[in-house]
Design a protein around this ligand. Structure first.
Ligand code: SF4
Ligand code: SF4
Length: 193
């Protein structure tokens, strides 16, 4: 009886080992899904929310930021600080700082920006052991904007998406009646000519 149980146990163990080895063998010839970062970079989706950056106007080369501080007001963890510089033709950001180490990558600042001045990049490439290096000033934010590819989203594109669709043309409805019996809709005989 004892040797019968022992034999069943051995068969179970051998079966388990063979199954595990089969799984190993199957995966041995599979194409790897990892990449050798940073030598090789993954292709990020167009809506990737990576590093934040400030942009320049591509035609005039001017800073897009007008120092309106909307991003500062909307930021949930309050990591953005902007000082406005008033000027004759337009306003600028005199100073702009962003504490990236406390950012939630929620994209709200991008969504509210009226001039597409703040955007997110398709990269998270900022390795550091010193948190102070992640306190980004205006110059560094502009540099990031030049060095990396921007994500698809800008404030204007996102707001366009949120525009509610136009209401459908109203269907011809019979005039409303006051009696409870008519509340469910007029019967054919009662429909006005
Ligand atoms: S992504 Fe969100 S948390 Fe980060 S700076 Fe913008 S608003 Fe603030
Ligand atoms: S980044 Fe945009 S929202 Fe923020 S201060 Fe500049 S213009 Fe205003």
């Amino acid at each position: 009886m004892g040797s019968k149980n022992g034999g069943t146990e051995i068969i179970t163990i051998v079966g388990a080992v063979l199954r595990a080895m089969g799984a190993t063998l199957k995966n041995l010839f599979r194409k790897p899904i990892t990449v050798h970062y940073p030598d090789k970079e993954r292709k990020y989706p167009s809506r990737y929310r990576g590093l934040l950056a400030l942009t320049y106007d591509k035609e005039t080369g001017e800073e897009n930021c007008i120092g309106c501080r909307l991003c500062e007001y909307v930021c949930p963890p309050a990591v953005i600080k902007v000082e406005m510089l008033k000027s004759e033709k337009r306003n600028y950001a005199k100073t702009f700082s962003l504490e990236l180490y406390a950012c939630e990558f929620c994209e709200l600042c991008v969504q509210v920006c009226p001039t597409d001045a703040i955007v997110m990049m398709k990269s998270f490439d900022m390795p550091t052991a010193d948190r102070r290096e992640m306190l980004l000033d205006k110059d560094r934010l502009h540099r990031i904007g030049l060095d990396y590819e921007a994500s698809w989203a800008t404030g204007n594109k996102l707001r366009d998406m949120q525009t509610p669709p136009k209401a459908a043309a109203p269907a011809h409805k019979p005039a409303p009646t006051t009696s409870g019996a008519d509340a469910a809709g007029p019967r054919p005989a009662e429909t006005p000519a």
